[in-house]
Design a protein around this ligand. Structure first.
Ligand SMILES: [Zn+2]
Length: 138
């Protein structure tokens, strides 16, 4: 009985150390993927120049939720990354992602890294309010 327990416990600790190793490998691979994705080029629809994703600025967009009911106060909600904007590093024009010409290629990359890591793809992140972004896009 005791021997069996020892066997099982050593099996568990073997699994745990393998799990740690796999997590470390995964972390390294995810970093590599991020570097590759950051190097993908996008053309600006305004100035026509191509720049790697790592030079574009991500425009994080939030929208206003008006007060509701007796207890619900007003607040700002973050848009999902696919509904935000980007800024060309050359001409500094802002573009709304849903109307960006290379939208499909772009969203594919955002999906690969997931919403938590989107910021790491870009040069930096700027925040804006939705109405302001819409104005810039006209
Ligand atoms: Zn441009």
């Amino acid at each position: 009985m005791r021997r069996k327990l020892e066997e099982v416990e050593s099996g568990i600790s073997r699994c745990m150390s393998q799990q740690i190793k796999l997590q470390q490998e995964r972390g390294i691979l995810e970093k590599e993927r991020l570097q590759i994705l950051r190097g993908i080029r996008f053309s600006c629809p305004r100035c026509g120049k191509r720049s790697t994703l790592s030079r574009w600025v991500f425009i994080k967009t939030s929208y206003f939720v008006p007060p509701h009911g007796c207890t619900g106060g007003d607040y700002w909600m973050q848009r999902s990354p696919s509904e935000c904007g980007i800024k060309c590093p050359r001409c500094k024009n802002h573009f709304y992602i849903p109307s960006f010409p290379q939208q499909e290629k772009f969203l594919n990359i955002l999906e690969k890294v997931g919403p938590m890591q989107v910021a790491l793809l870009f040069k930096c992140v700027e925040e804006t309010e939705e109405e302001y972004l819409r104005t810039l896009c006209k």
